[in-house]
Ligand binder design. Structure first.
Ligand code: MG
Length: 299
């Protein structure tokens, strides 16, 4: 499947027929309803012959997957996983448990698909899902990660990486064996230590995040984050108030840096809902999460 065709399939599946800018209520803030607005981009880059990244962005659900396993297998793996998650989490109130179960289900499906094809295939997965909340003043997002795609939050002019890479170089950095700067040129910089599709047993890192009005989130594949310095990511996200322009600028920065990998970007803004809502408050009695889990937790 060509990248263009693949994107078309995903957009059709997501019910997105117009421009990518679509709205959906996510949560409320201090009695005023918040919503998440987004801009998404995915690009083959300038060197690779196919786009093995897959992106899914729809109200309350923002996912990037970066496939591996060779040309066709990588494309198939990332597409399979985002489509499966899109189906499992489509339009239903999601709890943190439901989100993690959906990721495990997608992983099991990918393991089976790989086995049926007689070869290994895998993908990273990183995303944000808005959770319904019983408290209208507090919104909640679950952030999850497997691999080296990343989620960041820009708040009060400061960009913070929410996820932690599952990679050889991250482990070396944690051990103090190399610096972040040395990681850039490390021969094993592409080697990840966790992925979907490798094993039925999957460890997923997740965090609960309370988004605030004015927050901006970024979910991206390593085609952006490995080629564009963090300070430039921050500059683009701060400098471009318009999220479509911010997404374009990030993509341009990655292409200018050589575009050696596929590049996927979702910029998500937390804004005030334009019109008053007539909908009943969203209540989720199933979700018992009340405290954010410590950074680095996994389940
Ligand atoms: Mg990549």
């Amino acid at each position: 499947m060509s990248p263009g065709r693949r994107r078309g399939t995903l957009r059709d599946m997501a019910g997105i027929t117009g421009p990518s800018k679509t709205t959906g209520r996510a949560a409320r803030d201090g009695g005023a309803a918040l919503e998440l607005l987004w801009a998404e981009r995915t690009h083959r880059g300038l060197v690779r012959t196919s786009n093995q990244d897959a992106v899914l962005a729809r109200p309350g659900l923002f996912i990037v997957a970066d496939g591996m396993g060779g040309h066709e297998a990588g494309d198939l793996a990332s597409t399979f996983v985002v489509e499966r998650l899109g189906t499992l989490l489509d339009g239903r109130a999601a709890t943190r448990t439901m989100v993690l179960d959906a990721v495990r289900d997608a992983n099991a499906g990918l393991v089976a698909l790989g086995a049926s094809r007689g070869g290994s295939m895998g993908t990273t997965l990183c995303g944000l899902v808005a959770l319904p909340t019983a408290d209208p003043g507090r919104a909640k997002l679950v952030v999850f990660n497997v691999g080296d795609s990343r989620a960041y939050r820009l708040r009060d002019g400061s960009l913070v990486q929410l996820t932690r890479d599952h990679s050889v170089v991250q482990e070396l950095i944690d051990q103090g064996a190399i610096t972040e700067a040395e990681a850039e040129g490390h021969p094993e910089r592409h080697v990840i230590t966790r992925s979907l599709g490798a094993d039925e047993m999957l460890e997923i890192d997740w965090w609960l995040v309370e988004p605030r009005l004015g927050d901006r989130f970024l979910v991206a594949s390593d085609g952006l984050t490995r080629s564009v310095e963090r300070s430039r990511l921050e500059e683009a996200l701060i400098g471009e108030a318009d999220r479509e322009r911010a997404a374009d600028r990030l993509l341009e920065d990655a292409l200018e840096a050589g575009g050696r990998d596929n590049i996927s970007i979702i910029v998500v803004d937390v804004v005030l809902r334009a019109e008053p809502s007539q909908e009943a408050p969203i209540v989720d009695p199933l979700d018992d999460d009340t405290e954010p889990r410590p950074a680095g937790a996994s389940g």
